[in-house]
Design a protein around this ligand. Structure first.
Ligand SMILES: [Zn+2]
Length: 220
């Protein structure tokens, strides 16, 4: 039934989650904020905390989690609008190409199995696949969730870090693909960076040489 709904969805013309216009997964006007940071220097701009989340060599993102970018990410995450992943992932990749320090493999931050079943896809995986097409880098789904954690948005900032601690494990079949590599983690949004840190710790413990983070948006 869900497969049928998804198929019907793909037959309909895409509708921009930012303004509702039909025609493109995200229209040119609503995509503009994704390009705004393109020429900014790497790292955190003035007014944002400069410390990198622990374990990350670099962290880059395209846009603030507001306006049309927020609408597009919520549509991807909660409304089953998977087509919007392509422009969002490619925008993140362009930012990385401009400001990032290389990297050899892209690893998506995995969602929970339960949420994957409910939604039918993993949004970070779709974003990573789109970024990979732009960057010409392989995607390696090296991580899995090790245990259920409470939904992040229900928790305060302080308890988020504790909540994601030890929540990830490296898939043994992908260990070789990350060993001695510079891994670029891909996710939709970074807030505190605790999730990216937990992923980085797992990857570094599993043999990765360096771990960086790339997201579509940053939430202050
Ligand atoms: Zn629009």
């Amino acid at each position: 039934m869900r497969a049928m709904a998804a198929l019907l969805d793909l037959l309909l013309p895409p509708r921009c989650p930012g303004c509702g216009r039909e025609g493109a997964p995200i229209c040119a006007d609503c995509a503009r904020p994704l390009e705004r940071r393109l020429d900014e220097p790497p790292g955190a701009p003035l007014g944002l905390p400069v410390e990198l989340p622990e374990g990350l060599a670099q962290l880059e993102w395209c846009a603030a989690f507001t306006g049309s970018v927020r609408a597009a990410l919520l549509a991807l995450k909660y409304d089953g609008d998977r087509r919007v992943a392509e422009p969002l992932g490619r925008a993140a990749a362009r930012r990385w190409r401009r400001a990032g320090m290389g990297g050899e493999v892209l690893v998506p931050v995995p969602v929970h199995a339960a949420r994957l079943r409910e939604r039918g896809y993993d949004q970070a995986e779709l974003l990573a696949a789109a970024a990979a097409r732009e960057l010409g880098m392989p995607v390696v789904p090296a991580l899995r969730r090790a245990e259920a954690t409470a939904a992040q948005y229900r928790l305060g900032r302080a308890s988020r870090a504790a909540n994601v601690g030890h929540a990830f494990a490296c898939r043994p079949e992908h260990r070789r693909a990350i060993r001695e590599r510079h891994v670029v983690l891909v996710d939709d949004i970074v807030t505190t960076g605790a999730t990216l840190s937990a992923c980085a710790a797992t990857l570094l413990a599993s043999g990765a040489r360096l771990v960086s983070g790339l997201t579509v948006a940053r939430e202050r």
